[in-house]
Write a protein that binds this ligand. Structure first.
Ligand SMILES: [Zn+2]
Ligand SMILES: [Zn+2]
Length: 727
């Protein structure tokens, strides 16, 4: 700075009090006009430096209307017989950090923050007429677009020169003429100090009148009240119980308004303004498009230069934020989300993140509420919205998911998957993939862990991780559209919280390490003591032990015991046909294996949630207690029904039947005397007659020729279907 030594400031010979709400520059010019002295002389007398300042301000005089230094404030107060508070109230500092943010070093309003206007002022010609050319400070705010007294939009530019009034300071060497445009004459020699001025009488500028009941006027009244510090939380119900400063609330207004400008169609604008203003707004936005050559996504990033555009965007934004509840606000914002996503209500978090970085927690809640747009299930888990919260997920760290994975089997707990999954939804193969999807979902609650990383934590190898990622993604797509998805996600979140709080009596991470790569859990000799067809079933027994010990599906077991899709039916059949004593022996074998590794844990364990937490959830799965195991045993022994037939008869899912059968194995020998050996051919007959499988399929599963299957079936008295007959 190159200030001259300050001359002592003396009181001015006359008093010209500022008008209520007047801007400092307007008042200085009024003073200068009244004293009939060039502005420069007056400034000198008031102790304001005449020298131009620093490089950063491009060699201009400081913009005192933005802010004054304390000594300048004092000098002005002394000279004009005002209090320093009155002087300060004429500068934008009065709204600093509230409605705008000031760069104090350069005495400039920072553009891009809160719709700060770096220079110039809108104006109301009628107000200028009323006051003899006094300019309101609030007209300099990006938030000002209408005069609520004269019920009209503010005017943006001088009709004489098309420039924005009050850009640079009034020329120092001349006496101001209030209400006339002091910008250089159009087409003149720009920069010459003596250049003639435009001189347009701004009181005569045409105004765009607004109807008494115009929502734009209402929005302007509300905004000015907010900026003047009226109790914001009282004015905006949704911000109640959140101590959020006005600047952040205005930040939300700007965020929503910017989104409005980038996606709204004319018919949207028409909800708030007459056709001429909609048309004016569209022209402005189209110009922005062609000028920058890209979509108008940034249209509202800085304060729009057009009062009508500002008015429409702010009014549309306030319509959302003035809603009485978060839910209502979410409903009101839904149209914006639909426009943003091209009509879909399904949004991702990054869609929401695109709205801006500085969303207040309240606005984020509005956008993430399902009434606004359906957040994808994965994101709902990550942000914990199913339990009515909105937490930033833990980024990048795998600590929490890894800790949770210790308590989690890779194959979802059957008692929970039965309750969570819709009965009608899936074929058996898909169902097993869905189980894995549910487990991965548990790891995603409140964390940002990716699907492949989650699969890795559950023991998947790099090669299988990708496969799981894709399959799980496909499986989850089915869940996305289930009407019960909100309750399903709620239960998943509760289960994750349960694990975080209580852990599990089983350390599955250790089980996966100890048993996950093992190929033999029981020897053929030992199995022969247990089962009557040891040779044929030894691999199935290994799978049973692998799954029970690791909690991982046998599909992920090491070869040769890994389960292939084609073997799935026979594996299920094996489990279904196990006798109570055979299950006991297998369990005993498993427990011995645990002990051999010094593991003192229950063999299996499904988590129990407090009933109070889950009773209000409407889960689409089965009622586990709806069927008694005895009912199944009775039906099986009396009518020889198969699981699928039992499920139909008892109106439940096949999974439910298998679940009960495995927990309460059927004593196939009861009341039948010694059971005739159940041969492979018997199994083929069951598949053929009861499950309607074709000869070709059975041959493929059994690994024999089709004619051999047909021959065996005929021997058992089965009539072979002709190819054209319905099954
Ligand atoms: Zn007015
Ligand atoms: Zn002009």
């Amino acid at each position: 700075m190159t200030n001259r030594p300050a001359a002592p400031v003396r009181p001015l010979p006359i008093r010209v009090p500022p008008h209520p709400g007047e801007a400092l520059d307007s008042w200085l010019e009024a003073l200068s006009a009244r004293l009939d002295t060039p502005l420069g002389h007056l400034l000198h007398g008031l102790g304001l430096p005449r020298a131009r300042v620093g490089v950063g301000t491009r060699g201009e005089l400081p913009n005192w209307t933005v802010c004054l230094r304390l000594d300048e404030e004092r000098n002005l107060a002394t000279a004009a017989d005002l209090t320093p508070v009155t002087v300060r109230a004429m500068t934008l500092r009065r709204w600093d950090e509230q409605a705008l943010v000031i760069d104090h070093e350069h005495r400039a309003v920072r553009p891009g923050i809160l719709w700060g206007r770096s220079r110039g002022s809108r104006y109301c010609p009628a107000c200028l007429t009323d006051t003899g050319g006094r300019w309101q400070l609030s007209w300099r705010l990006g938030w000002s677009f209408a005069c609520v007294k004269h019920k009209a939009l503010l005017v943006d530019v001088c009709p004489g020169c098309s420039r924005i009034p009050r850009g640079p300071l009034h020329p120092l060497q001349s006496v101001p003429k209030p209400s006339t445009c002091a910008r250089p004459e159009p087409g003149g020699n720009f920069g010459a100090r003596t250049q003639p001025r435009c001189g347009y009488r701004l009181q005569e500028a045409p105004m765009a009148a607004l109807q008494d009941a115009s929502p734009l006027l209402e929005a302007q009244r509300f905004l000015l009240g907010l900026i003047e510090g009226h109790d914001a939380t009282a004015a905006l119900a949704i911000y109640q119980n959140h101590s959020i400063p006005i600047s952040r609330i205005l930040g939300d207004v700007k965020t929503v308004a910017a989104r409005v400008l980038s996606v709204a169609a004319d018919e949207d604008f028409a909800r708030w303004a007459p056709p001429d203003l909609v048309e004016r707004c569209r022209r402005y936005l189209d110009n922005l498009l062609t000028a920058k050559g890209k979509p108008g996504i940034r249209a509202g990033w800085c304060a729009p230069r057009d009062a009508a555009v500002t008015a429409l965007a702010a009014t549309a934004a306030l319509h959302v934020l003035q809603a009485p509840t978060i839910e209502e606000a979410s409903e009101r914002v839904a149209w914006l989300i639909e426009r943003s996503t091209g009509g879909s209500r399904l949004v991702t978090l990054s869609d929401t993140a695109n709205w801006g970085r500085d969303l207040s927690p309240v606005l984020r809640m509005i956008l993430c509420n399902e009434r606004a747009g359906q957040l994808r299930p994965r994101d709902r888990l990550r942000y914990r919205t199913p339990v009515g919260e909105l937490h930033q997920p833990q980024q990048s760290s795998l600590t929490l998911p890894a800790q949770r994975a210790r308590s989690l089997p890779a194959m979802f707990w059957p008692s929970w998957s039965l309750r969570l999954l819709p009965v009608s939804m899936l074929n058996p193969r898909n169902r097993r993939m869905i189980h894995r999807a549910l487990t991965i979902s548990i790891l995603q609650v409140g964390t940002a862990v990716s699907r492949p990383d989650a699969a890795g934590l559950l023991g998947d190898t790099p090669a299988s991780k990708e496969l799981i990622n894709v399959s799980v993604g496909q499986a989850l797509l089915q869940l996305d559209f289930d009407p019960h998805i909100a309750d399903i996600l709620h239960a998943i979140t509760l289960l994750a919280d349960h694990l975080d709080e209580h852990g599990s009596p089983i350390d599955y991470a250790r089980r996966r390490t100890v048993f996950g790569t093992r190929r033999e859990f029981i020897t053929l000799d030992r199995w022969a003591d247990i089962h009557h067809r040891p040779q044929e079933t030894i691999a199935q027994a290994q799978r049973w032990l692998f799954e029970t010990l690791t909690g991982t599906p046998a599909e992920a077991a090491p070869a040769p015991i890994n389960l292939t899709p084609v073997e799935l039916p026979s594996y299920q059949e094996f489990r279904w046909r196990l006798l109570p004593r055979e299950v006991d022996s297998l369990r005993q074998t498993a427990i011995e294996l645990l002990h051999q590794h010094g593991i003192e844990e229950p063999l299996t364990c499904d988590p129990q949630l407090d009933a109070a937490l889950t009773e209000r959830l409407h889960l689409p799965g089965v009622n586990l207690d709806g069927i008694q195991p005895a009912q199944i045993e009775e039906l099986v022994l009396a009518e020889h029904l198969f699981p699928r037939q039992l499920a139909r008869r008892l109106n439940t899912s096949t999974d439910h039947i298998y679940y009960l059968g495995e927990r309460h194995p059927i004593d196939w020998l009861t009341g039948q005397g010694p059971r005739p050996p159940y041969t492979e051919a018997d199994q083929w007959r069951d598949w053929y007659v009861h499950q309607g499988r074709s000869l070709k399929t059975i041959a493929a599963i059994a690994g024999v020729d089709k004619t051999k299957v047909a021959e065996e079936l005929r021997r058992l008295g089965v009539v072979i279907r002709s190819r054209s007959a319905p099954r």
